[in-house]
Design a binder for this molecule. Structure first.
Ligand code: SF4
Ligand SMILES: [Zn+2]
Ligand SMILES: [Zn+2]
Ligand SMILES: [Zn+2]
Length: 820
């Protein structure tokens, strides 16, 4: 079935015979809102649109030049003709506009003779040709006297111009055309002496008149399609210049199409997408979710989306129905401009199940859900593994398939789809994905997706160029992505009123986490980010002064957005961001190397934000809050302290490592060998204010110290400058405990003596702190900066080590059996 046939079948059913065409045209006409038609200036009798200047989406501005009433270019407010004449005049724009129009006006009006039904010849000689002839040959009087002369009588119309598109009257009895078409015919003849005049009449475009579009000469279905498409486009808030509608109608007429989809010569950067959009609207007319559900290929226009969902590749009927049911359940919960693609990718995962069942040993190829069980799921998992080994399926796609199938099956069970009588009735409980079925995800490559500082600096320096090349909104969006680390869709969709303040009057960004459906999240932001948002709010309000503030977006789309209620899309932002980055000079690293621009993507700013905070020592649980993750594991994927960065930090701090006496262990700083790094990881364990190399404690994960964590008196203990804050905290804790126990009256003396920290421990700790501090003071400024950075890196990473004893009193050994 061709597109028009499908369309006609969808609208009226049946083949595109004359009857179906009439039905389709009638249906579209029925769907045409009379209010829209009236506002757009549709005259169904004349079949002409006379769009008024004030129409919010189709309207136009008259030229500013005094006396000119032609449609102006929106940017300058001056029409095309006046722009040309202005350039030639040498006058300033102001002087030219004030000088006024002094040339012929395009357009026609009635003959100046009262009651004459014919059109004037020109604005300077406003008489019909017959009356002009009378005046020239018989009554050569000034116009007012001529009009008042008793022999001058009104004349009847000669009938309409015979050009199909034209709504004007015939000009004279000599040729059956209006004056403009008489002239157009002469020109066409001079180009083609053998011109087929009847054909020319059918195809010639209408005369261009301000705000007017002729739908004459188009079949009823095509004109109904144009009007309906235009209505839907306006409903979507998209503006359309009148010249585009006129251009489209002329092309459709020139092609003599029976239906808008049949056009084949519509090209042009503007006209073609416009035509395609109208075809989309028309194809979607009459669709609704209920009609689509019954099909195996859904036109998502029925759900207010674009594109199609295809279930045809799922061969088992029960699975196909289950997939549809899942989509119906899932669609309302999704947002963004990639919904159809994401949902189709889930359907594709079920297609993988379907293919596995069809290729299996079952004679019914998986048609009976009641016969399926764990073995079929295992066959599916093995098939995916096989496809990955053969190289026809990527490792990540394999994981996605398994995860999607697990999610969908669980959801469908929850929806009662396995109950008796339902499509999945009888499906065994073990036909499911277990946690252990999920293939291990490949380790993300190092270094992470964050951008180096020097690259970030270069990008920030060139942000102005992003605004020049696109629009202010895209520059502000990128700055907000950098500053706040939100996901691109979270930034694009920010409400106008997204700036709030916490109880301590610090600024917060209020945003919606669309991915996890958590709304109204509050993120602490810096004062400079708050200023950026406040400025953007002011700009947007000035652009859309009448829109209700609750509906306004902080980053409104730059086109087709008359009310400011539609935000820029993350795909649009991504495209402009890509072009901007590609046009930048090479991004150089401090070692002179060049950074790959392909890695500068919108999401990299989120990773950079996470890394920036991790390096500043923000603990992983706080970072989880900042990134609005539910699971710590997800945060850790962002929070990877790059292996290279950590090694550099370890190497730096190795030179500042001390034993329990405060003696430097490594006097000569040098990079550790790879094996030494590994040994350090497996041969030691973190203890409250340093590291312990005591074998039994290491084996017990730091929970089995044979000496009750008196580390400052133990030869297995080492510390470095990064633990200085912890050493201070420990000393404070010892002193506080001693004071408290001195004052305690509710314990016996031996308890007090045993529990009180010894003077030796306090002295040792004090001495260790002073030795470490002294060594730190010996560093040059450069060494100190380097050391501080290394401390930040290691402290940030350290807080991700789960199972580490807390800083404070020794952690009791809760697992006494794990002694070695
Ligand atoms: S006292 Fe500290 S360093 Fe010594 S074994 Fe115990 S935990 Fe390790
Ligand atoms: Zn003008
Ligand atoms: Zn006349
Ligand atoms: Zn005409």
């Amino acid at each position: 079935m061709t597109a028009p046939e499908r369309h006609l079948a969808a609208l009226g059913g049946g083949a595109p015979a004359g009857g179906a065409t009439t039905d389709a045209a009638a249906l579209l006409t029925e769907l045409l809102d009379p209010v829209f038609a009236a506002e757009a200036g549709w005259d169904p009798e004349r079949r002409v649109l006379s769009v008024p200047a004030g129409h919010p989406l189709l309207g136009w501005r008259p030229c500013r030049v005094v006396g000119c009433n032609t449609i102006a270019y929106p940017a300058t407010g001056i029409c095309r003709g006046c722009t040309k004449r202005h350039r030639a005049s040498g006058l300033s724009e102001q002087a030219f506009v004030a000088a006024g129009k002094h040339w012929r006006t395009v357009g026609v009006s009635g003959c100046a003779v009262a009651g004459c039904a014919r059109a004037w010849r020109t604005s300077r000689d406003p008489l019909c040709p017959a009356h002009a002839y009378q005046r020239r040959k018989r009554l050569p009087l000034p116009l007012p006297q001529f009009l008042a002369h008793p022999q001058v009588r009104p004349l009847p119309s000669l009938g309409p111009c015979r050009v199909a598109s034209c709504w004007r009257e015939q000009a004279s009895g000599v040729r059956p055309y209006c004056q403009a078409h008489c002239q157009a015919l002469r020109m066409a003849r001079s180009r083609d002496p053998g011109l087929d005049e009847p054909r020319w009449r059918r195809l010639a475009p209408a005369v261009t008149e301000r705000g007017k579009v002729s739908l004459r000469g188009l079949p009823p279905l095509v004109s109904a399609q144009v009007l309906y498409g235009l209505q839907q486009r306006c409903r979507a808030g998209v503006s359309t210049p009148v010249c585009a509608v006129r251009g489209l109608c002329d092309r459709l007429r020139a092609e003599q199409v029976a239906s808008i989809e049949q056009a084949s010569t519509i090209t042009g950067a503007w006209l073609e997408p416009f035509w395609r959009k109208l075809v989309g609207y028309v194809t979607a007319a009459g669709l609704d979710p209920d009609t689509e559900r019954a099909k195996d290929e859904w036109n998502m226009a029925a759900f207010g989306l674009t594109g199609h969902l295809r279930f045809t590749a799922i061969s088992q009927r029960w699975l196909r129905e289950a997939a549809k049911r899942w989509v119906i359940h899932d669609l309302p919960q999704r947002r963004g401009d990639q919904i159809v693609g994401v949902v189709q990718s889930h359907i594709d995962s079920l297609v993988a199940v379907s293919r596995s069942l069809a290729a299996g040993r079952r004679h019914d190829r998986g048609a009976d859900p009641a016969a399926l069980g764990r073995g079929d799921i295992e066959a599916f998992l093995n098939r995916l593994a096989h496809l990955q080994r053969r190289g026809t399926l990527s490792a990540s796609r394999r994981i996605v398939h398994v995860r999607n199938v697990g999610k969908i099956l669980t959801r469908l069970r929850g929806l009662g789809f396995t109950r008796p009588g339902a499509a999945m009735a009888g499906l065994a409980e073990d036909f499911t994905i277990r946690p252990e079925d999920l293939p291990r995800p490949p380790e993300p490559p190092e270094p992470g997706r964050d951008l180096p500082t020097e690259v970030m600096r270069a990008l920030c320096e060139h942000l102005g160029r992003l605004e020049e090349r696109s629009a202010r909104e895209f520059r502000v969006a990128t700055e907000l992505l950098i500053d706040t680390g939100r996901r691109p869709d979270e930034i694009c969709e920010l409400a106008w009123d997204c700036l709030g303040h916490d109880s301590d009057d610090q600024p917060v960004l209020i945003y919606d986490n669309w991915k996890r459906q958590r709304q109204g999240r509050r993120l602490p932001i810096s004062a400079s980010t708050a200023t950026l948002i406040a400025e953007q709010k002011t700009t947007v309000r000035a652009r859309f002064p009448r829109t209700a503030l609750t509906a306004l977006k902080l980053l409104p789309a730059t086109v087709s957005n008359p009310e400011g209620t539609r935000a820029i899309s993350d795909s649009g932002l991504g495209g402009r961001h890509r072009r901007w980055v590609d046009e930048l000079p090479p991004l150089l690293l401090t070692d002179g190397g060049e950074f790959d621009k392909a890695r500068v993507v919108l999401y990299a700013y989120r990773h950079t934000y996470a890394q920036r905070h991790a390096d500043a020592g923000v603990p992983v649980d706080v970072l989880r809050e900042l990134l609005d993750h539910k699971a710590m594991d997800v945060t850790k994927r962002y929070y990877r302290v790059g292996e290279k960065r950590r090694r550099e930090a370890v190497d730096t701090l190795t030179a500042l490592q001390f034993d329990r006496h405060g003696n430097r262990i490594w006097h000569h700083a040098k990079a550790l060998l790879d094996s030494e790094h590994t040994r350090r990881v497996i041969g030691q364990v973190a203890v409250p204010f340093g590291i312990c190399a005591e074998p039994s404690n290491v084996a017990a994960g730091g929970h089995a110290c044979p000496y009750r964590f008196r580390c400052v008196g133990c030869d297995h203990f080492r510390t470095d400058v990064s633990y200085l804050p912890d050493l201070h905290a420990h000393l404070d804790d010892l002193l506080r405990t001693r004071e408290r126990l001195h004052a305690a009256t509710d314990v016996e003396d031996w308890v007090r003596a045993d529990a009180t920290p010894s003077d030796a421990e306090i002295t040792r700790t004090r001495r260790l702190i002073s030795r470490v501090t002294h060594e730190l003071d010996q560093l040059t400024n450069d060494q100190r900066t380097q050391t501080e950075q290394a401390i930040a890196v290691l402290r940030g990473h350290r807080s991700t080590l789960l199972g580490m004893p807390h800083v404070g009193p020794p952690v009791p050994n809760l697992a006494p059996e794990r002694t070695a």
